[in-house]
Design a protein around this ligand. Structure first.
Ligand SMILES: [Zn+2]
Ligand SMILES: [Zn+2]
Length: 419
């Protein structure tokens, strides 16, 4: 029986990879320009890192983690997100003793046991950026500016920044009680999951996709009306800094974000590019996460971009595939030897060249060059070879010229650079 990939696990094929590499390359360039450094963290962690960091009463921890026991009896989990691991690494290696401020990013796969659907996988990819150690609202705006700059740079259009404040440990409990109170009067409308959430974590009900839950929560009290004066001041400052950075935003009081650890600033960027509203990315401040995982009281803020969604929104008219610069069509045994010499020389100089390993007819070699979308074809025939010449054909305008073989590298470099 033929072995296939596991449900929800996806191959990213060579014809798609250009978009991924472009997005990753751009992220690295821009983030590093903003003073961020890459960090690579393990894919496996102890389960308690996520159950404590993300929160027990969240969908991720309750239903979506890939958790198993290894041969030594440890309970391990494939990382469902990157922030908790990055915070763990920051604490474990005492990065704060070198500099209390850490600006870190991470690109890689995450794992969640969700129902697979089009464009949604159980192994999915994220670009994450986090700042640890700064409470100043200036950094909230800075992180958002970097995010928007990145999204525009990769070509996303019609973006809308939405922000909200989720309060802090001092003021959110009061809001939770108020929300619970309100929802208790509507509990008959809530789905089974939300009945449970109502007691464990009522804020999660905002994320429920069930229609009756939506209706139940429509007129619920909003967290923004319950935040304490410190949170209010922080939020006002964030807005001021956004304005100074010339970023427009709208307030979305219904945005609560999916994870427990968020405090104060929460944000999402949506795109109207495909007509309807598409959430591209989101993030926020999390000033309690470090304490939840057993560390010091260190503030943090960051965002995660879902790569699958991002890649699907990249401009359609842009070329992301790297086609060969040159296809070498060689005819006969002697010319094949020469073709081998030339192609090696070109590859060492970074020119993407292909040839036919099976010594087919010129016609079939030209067909293959066409299929591979090679920019040029170098035709090596025995007669030309004797004269030290070869024919170079521009596949776009079909113009052919005879060029000296010993100068092939320079000729090609010149042409490819010019195009
Ligand atoms: Zn507060
Ligand atoms: Zn529900």
């Amino acid at each position: 029986m033929e072995i296939k990939a596991i449900r929800g696990f996806n191959d990213i094929l060579p014809n798609e990879i250009g978009k991924w590499q472009f997005a990753e390359r751009t992220a690295r360039e821009i983030f590093e320009g903003f003073g961020f450094s890459e960090i690579r963290i393990p894919i496996l962690e102890r389960t308690e890192l996520f159950s404590r960091g993300i929160g027990e009463a969240t969908d991720i921890v309750e239903k979506e983690m890939y958790t198993f026991t290894d041969r030594s009896g440890n309970t391990l989990t494939l990382r469902p997100e990157a922030t908790a691991s990055m915070a763990r690494a920051y604490l474990e290696h005492q990065l704060h003793t070198f500099d209390p401020v850490a600006k870190l990013y991470c690109i890689g796969p995450m794992f969640r046991y969700e129902r697979p659907q089009k464009g949604r996988y159980r192994q999915f990819y994220q670009i994450d950026a986090e700042v640890f150690g700064v409470e100043n609202p200036m950094v909230d705006a800075e992180v958002i500016l970097m995010l928007i700059h990145f999204l525009k740079k990769v070509g996303l259009e019609r973006l809308e920044l939405q922000i909200n404040s989720l309060g802090c440990r001092a003021c959110r409990p009061r809001y939770r009680e108020e929300l619970k109170h309100f929802l208790l009067t509507k509990s008959f409308q809530l789905c089974e999951d939300c009945q449970r959430r109502l007691h464990a974590n009522p804020l999660r009900i905002f994320d429920c996709k069930v229609e009756t839950c939506h209706e139940a929560i429509a007129n619920a009290p909003q967290v923004i009306d319950f935040i304490c004066s410190e949170c209010q001041i922080h939020f006002d400052q964030v807005k001021k800094y956004l304005e100074r950075a010339e970023l427009t935003y709208i307030l979305n009081p219904r945005m609560v974000r999916g994870l427990d650890y968020y405090t104060r600033t929460a944000f999402e960027v949506v795109s109207y590019q495909l007509g309807s509203q598409n959430a591209v990315t989101g993030g926020g401040r999390y000033d309690n996460l470090f304490q939840e995982i057993g560390g010091l009281d260190i503030p943090g803020i960051g965002f995660a971009i879902g790569m699958e969604r991002l890649v699907s929104l990249l401009p359609k008219d842009r070329e992301f595939i790297q086609y060969p610069h040159l296809f070498i069509a060689a005819l006969g045994e002697e010319t094949m030897k020469e073709a081998y010499r030339i192609i090696n020389q070109l590859h060492l100089e970074g020119i993407r060249a292909e040839l036919d390993y099976e010594e087919k007819s010129l016609k079939s070699q030209m067909r293959r060059a066409d299929k591979l979308k090679a920019q040029y074809v170098l035709i090596l025939g025995e007669d030309e070879l004797k004269r030290g010449k070869a024919v170079l054909r521009n596949m776009e305008n079909k113009v052919q010229e005879e060029i000296p073989i010993n100068n092939i590298l320079n000729t090609l470099k010149e042409k490819i650079l010019r195009d």
